[in-house]
Ligand binder design. Structure first.
Ligand SMILES: [Zn+2]
Length: 350
């Protein structure tokens, strides 16, 4: 590739799945202004909103995340952000997305808001997207996310709701836990995960993100023992050679979020990220964006970053895109059709 723009265009045209992003973290300052106009007596200006995204520290980031969630008060608000998200994904060449929706937050802070109404609105946004924009939307699936530091009871409650949602909405496919790992080790949710699996839900978990070299590998191992199918972040596996071998042998997908890990302080810099080590080891790494609007880096930006700064060739990028397909919860025939398009996405001759 002769220029960075050419590489970006090639990576944009590479079909890919986005498997780790939080719906609430896709709200841009521009959309926050719209939500604020709906709900605040003194609405935020764009300048105010942009300032909220300039984090002084991790606590500031969390307070902005909460501030966004506090302005998602009606099913219509969720429909709006789902629509904006699909537009963004389509522009990046994302053909399928599996998106966390923080039902834990809704159940805890917005008891008057029905999860069924939220899902109906979100699914309506998906079906109405093509009519409104003339562009086919990426296929969308939803993963019900619980907040681990609020304890086992609330997590169980969220997973129970997820089972009911799955029966009503085919796009609801799985569950996950996120939040403060140290305050809510994955093993404490064993029962909730067992029940979710029995209900036919697919299992994911953030594990080994911010827990460091001792507790982190343990968290990942526990998640694997609990039949968790995809590991979110998995950074701490870098400290445990045997665990890396286990992940590679079992082809467990690890959802990698480079920019997120750097900006939350879990990894000192993108150059220090263990992604190249994982990839070399044969671990099924999947590039994702986590909270793209909040970290200023969407799925395509992560592909560009990894290609341009971590030494991944275009052939490697095709492997990463293929990983995102095989690790998805799509049906086999849909996976095959995307994989075929990836194979046909030729690498230009220099
Ligand atoms: Zn996450």
């Amino acid at each position: 590739m002769t220029s960075s723009q050419e590489a970006r265009n090639w990576l944009r045209a590479l079909p890919k799945c986005e498997l780790h992003l939080h719906l609430e973290g896709t709200v841009t300052p521009e959309t926050l202004v719209i939500l604020s106009a709906r709900h605040d007596s003194e609405p935020l200006t764009l300048e105010d909103a942009r300032a909220l995204y300039q984090y002084k520290d991790f606590r500031h980031f969390l307070s902005t995340f909460k501030l966004i969630c506090d302005r998602l008060l009606t099913p219509d608000d969720y429909a709006l952000i789902a629509h904006k998200l699909m537009r963004n994904l389509a522009m990046q060449g994302v053909v399928h997305a599996e998106v966390y929706i923080s039902c834990g937050n809704i159940l805890r802070w917005k008891p008057e808001l029905s999860l069924e109404d939220v899902m109906t609105a979100v699914e309506g946004a998906v079906t109405g997207f093509e009519v409104q924009t003339g562009v086919p939307p990426p296929s969308m699936m939803w993963i019900v996310d619980a907040t681990r530091q609020w304890g086992t009871g609330p997590v169980q409650k969220v997973f129970c709701h997820a089972a009911k949602l799955k029966d009503r909405f085919t796009s609801v496919v799985g569950v996950g836990v996120g939040g403060d790992e140290a305050a809510g080790p994955v093993g404490t949710f064993r029962e909730a995960y067992r029940a979710a699996r029995k209900a036919g839900l697919r299992l994911t978990a953030h594990a080994g993100e911010a827990t460091g070299p001792v507790q982190g590998p343990l968290e990942i191992r526990t998640a694997l023992e609990m039949d968790v199918e995809r590991i979110g972040h998995g950074l701490a596996a870098q400290h445990d050679e045997d665990l890396m071998t286990l992940l590679a042998q079992n082809q467990v997908p690890v959802e990698i979020n480079v920019t997120s890990n750097v900006l939350t302080g879990c990894c000192p810099s993108s150059q220090d990220h263990p992604l190249p080590k994982f990839f070399e080891k044969g671990i099924r790494c999947v590039l994702c964006s986590d909270d793209p609007a909040m970290f200023g880096s969407w799925c395509l930006d992560e592909y560009v970053l990894v290609h341009e700064t971590l030494g991944f060739s275009l052939q490697d990028m095709k492997t990463l895109a293929s990983n995102s397909v095989t690790a998805s919860f799509l049906e086999q025939d849909k996976k095959e059709s995307i994989l075929k398009k990836i194979r046909q996405h030729d690498i230009p001759v220099e």
